[in-house]
Design a protein around this ligand. Structure first.
Ligand code: HSE
Length: 300
């Protein structure tokens, strides 16, 4: 018995919601082919598209560890799987690459075993993939990659993941400059203390963004797509960040910030045409310093 599963890339943080906001895009994404076998254990038989950079040992691979912890949890250590992973997005990109692999793996095994768990119940196992990928089991990529749409992680302990029924019509431009940022490093440089003033500003924007998405109120969404805590620290990891952001806003985007831990940047626009124009302007900004990039447009 065999299955092919696609899991989408995700934009985590969405400006103001560090570790608590994320949404899924249409493309890119990762694919996995999982084949059930009688011999117990998880074997990564092949990984296509990673230039040999990802660990092949199941317990060190985000998809492998997610499947292993799932099988242990449901008490099915009697069965095993062979997995072929198709990496269809760059590593260290801020597009939720490690999350997409883990999500594809855990969703696939649950289907192969005739769904002992609901999709929502799969989140903690996919989070295990994040833990080994970057040292922190954050859910703002795996949540939306599994559930689709815009997701809020209201709490980590206990885990409380909410899917927001946004009525807003939005298009996302994702631009991935051809450089790499390691999530572990991008988390390491963050400060542990946040001023009360910045906390208040950030909480206002978090509340404003959710209200704006649900109303929908596009001006409110635009005013709320602001991050005064994480972006100012991480922007230094992305050459031409300010120029690319400025270009996006001048081209009509409602807002623009870092996608996940970067270097990818995202912008939200009201229509596909603006989203394409925004993408071209951002790519041009990167080209100004000789950095080529990939742009993806999705409706969210
Ligand atoms: N919330 C995480 C971070 C996402 O910003 O570190 C990483 O993809």
């Amino acid at each position: 018995k065999s299955i092919n599963v696609f899991a989408p890339a995700t934009v985590a943080n969405v400006a103001c919601g560090f570790d608590i906001f994320g949404f899924a895009v249409d493309n890119p994404g990762d694919k996995i082919t999982l084949t059930l076998r009688e011999e117990p254990g998880v074997t990564i038989t092949d990984i296509i598209g990673d230039d040999g950079r990802l660990p092949r040992e199941a317990h060190r691979n985000t998809a492998g560890i997610a499947i292993q912890s799932y099988l242990q949890h449901i008490g099915r250590t009697d069965v095993g799987v062979d997995a072929v992973l198709y990496k269809q997005m760059p590593l260290g990109s801020g597009l939720g690459s490690s999350a997409a692999s883990a999500v594809a793996g855990v969703f696939a095994i649950n289907e192969l075993l005739d769904r002992p768990l609901t999709t929502r119940q799969l989140i903690p196992f996919a989070m295990e993939g994040e833990r080994i990928a970057c040292g922190s089991a954050h859910a703002d990529n795996v949540g939306p990659s599994l559930l689709g749409g815009f997701v809020v992680v209201r709490s980590y302990q206990p885990l409380d993941v909410i899917r927001i029924d946004t009525t807003a019509n939005l298009f996302c431009t994702l631009v991935h400059p051809d450089i790499e940022v390691n999530t572990k490093d991008a988390r390491f440089i963050l400060k542990n203390e946040v001023s009360l003033k910045n906390t208040i500003t950030q909480m206002g924007n978090v509340a404003g963004l959710i209200a704006g998405l649900m109303t929908p109120d596009y001006d409110l969404i635009s005013r709320s797509l602001v991050d005064v805590i994480i972006e100012p620290v991480r922007a230094i990891l992305i050459p031409e960040f300010n120029e690319a952001k400025q270009a996006a806003l001048e081209s009509g985007a409602l807002g623009c910030s870092i996608s996940g831990s970067g270097p990818s940047m995202f912008a939200l626009s009201r229509d596909a045409e603006t989203a394409s124009r925004v993408g071209a302007a951002m790519q041009q900004a990167f080209l100004g310093v000789g950095i080529t990039s990939e742009a993806y447009i999705s409706e969210i």
